[in-house]
Design a protein around this ligand. Structure first.
Ligand code: GLU
Length: 305
């Protein structure tokens, strides 16, 4: 057993009795059907060694974690010009808030709040030949696993109740920051959020963020080292809704969470880790996932700070 394996097993056992006061996301009706007791963890070292525990093979809804992948694609297309359409400041506000967008003339605070990710979807529609296929192909390339798919039930479920996301896109369109047809953009945005993925697959997919933008297994350059630093910085400052400060303070790793209950985080130069547990705290982050990661970096004594 390596050091990570020993520590992970030991923390995982302790967390079997974790008192979880969180609640599943139910505003997307389909997510209400998820078994709230699922709990999986997968950590991947740069040499490809993977340690997986509990429900690490159970697919879950990626939701906002998809935003890191759309950001990589959009950054690789537009480079620094991307920041003319979306900013890089923490929002300190809820992920689907309309208030700042009105005050800041349709430029979203960062790419990880919904408005920002909707702009990313718009950019990808303008530049990719087949956005839906190309997005999935990118995930397949990163995981070397072609079984990963969109979940159409989740997609349709989210679309049927997406009043607020439609408000965001309409507001941005009125400011000229959406260039394509609104329904086409939203369709693509919901699709990306609907990807079904396991802890093991996701941990592999984000490993390049821990390795200067190079996928350590396939050796492909996914991002330039500079782009990689930039996106890690955005993850650290904006990856956890209006709780990014708390996550930096307690866990100390760049990462991204989603309302499906997943959290991915990376330690540059060391590993990527994904935790899945569907019950969320009031800010929308997985309660158990966040506590688990706090314990992990405390016991390993190695946050990035
Ligand atoms: N698809 C979700 C939404 O737009 C993503 C939310 C999240 O995971 O933060 O509301």
């Amino acid at each position: 057993m390596n050091q990570y394996e020993t520590v992970l097993h030991h923390i995982f056992n302790d967390f079997k009795t974790f008192e979880n006061s969180g609640k599943k996301a139910t505003y997307i009706p389909e997510l209400a059907h998820v078994d709230e007791n699922l709990f999986g963890v997968s950590l991947t070292c740069l040499n490809g060694t993977q340690i997986s525990l509990g429900d690490a093979h159970q697919p879950f809804s990626i939701q906002s974690i998809s935003k890191v992948f759309s950001l990589v694609l959009a950054y690789n297309i537009l480079g620094e010009d991307l920041w003319k359409r979306v900013d890089v400041e923490p929002s300190g506000d809820t992920f689907n808030s309309l208030i700042l967008l009105e005050l800041e003339l349709g430029i979203p605070r960062n790419p990880f709040i919904n408005a920002g990710a909707i702009v990313l979807a718009d950019i990808l529609i303008s530049h990719l030949q087949n956005p839906k296929e190309d997005f999935l192909k990118f995930i397949h390339q990163l995981t070397n696993d072609h079984s990963i798919q969109y979940d159409l039930k989740v997609f349709n479920s989210e679309k049927s109740v997406a009043y607020r996301n439609y408000s965001l896109i309409n507001l941005m369109k009125s400011f000229g920051n959406i260039h394509n047809d609104i329904d086409t953009v939203m369709d693509f945005y919901f699709r990306m959020c609907s990807v079904n993925i396991t802890c093991e697959q996701l941990s592999k997919a984000v490993l390049f963020f821990a390795n200067d933008g190079v996928h350590p297994i396939s050796k492909e350059q996914i991002l330039t080292p500079k782009g990689n630093r930039r996106i890690n910085a955005i993850m650290q400052l904006c990856g956890f809704y209006d709780e990014a400060g708390e996550f930096a303070y307690r866990v100390g790793l760049p990462g991204k969470s989603g309302v499906g209950g997943g959290i991915m985080a990376i330690h540059p130069g060391l590993y990527s880790v994904v935790v899945f547990s569907p019950k969320l705290n009031k800010k929308g982050n997985s309660t158990k996932g966040m506590a688990f990661l706090e314990r992990l970096t405390s016991e390993l004594n190695n946050s990035i700070f």
